[in-house]
Write a protein that binds this ligand. Sequence first.
Ligand SMILES: [Zn+2]
Length: 197
Amino acid sequence: MNPKIEKLIKMFARLPRVGNRAATRIVLSLLTDKTGRASALATTLAEVSSVIHPCQNCGILTDGDLCEFCRDASRENGSLCIVRDVSDVFTFEKSSVFHGRYHVIGGVLSGVTGTTPDDLNIKNLPQRITDENITEIIFALPNTIEGKTTANYIMATLDDIENITFTELASGVPLGGELDYLDDGTLTLAFGGRKKL
Ligand SMILES: [Zn+2]
């Protein structure tokens, strides 16, 4: 294989859930396409990635100061769903199971990956709780020791805030970038069956 093509395949294969076989198919399809898809993709990717950044309020990706979720006055204040990844928000939105606000923390506490509280997007949570009249925080974090530790840590940092309920989605739901495998029914059950912490 030409080393340049091989390099490209390796880059694609590192993307989430794209193995070597799919990466090879994608790259060969792009390189043999006569309609300019490869350069259109490269240009658009460069353009979009240069202007997209996390929303300063919630961490969802946006090209403005605030994302469309934070700007949307029709979304319910009162409940805030804490997720690890932006991809979890997309999954919830596809199923229309939740109409409140989101907060993407960007990771979970872990000795293995060296993720500490400083790495998490949680500093403005007290401010959000006040500004958006949050009365329920729903943890939709990975169902792992790290996910639980992270939820416990966040609860402890918000300990002095009154009139707030902490809940978690019904167990058995794989979270943290894995949600897109779930069907709407499972997600509805997970939200409906959420437990108080
Ligand atoms: Zn936002």
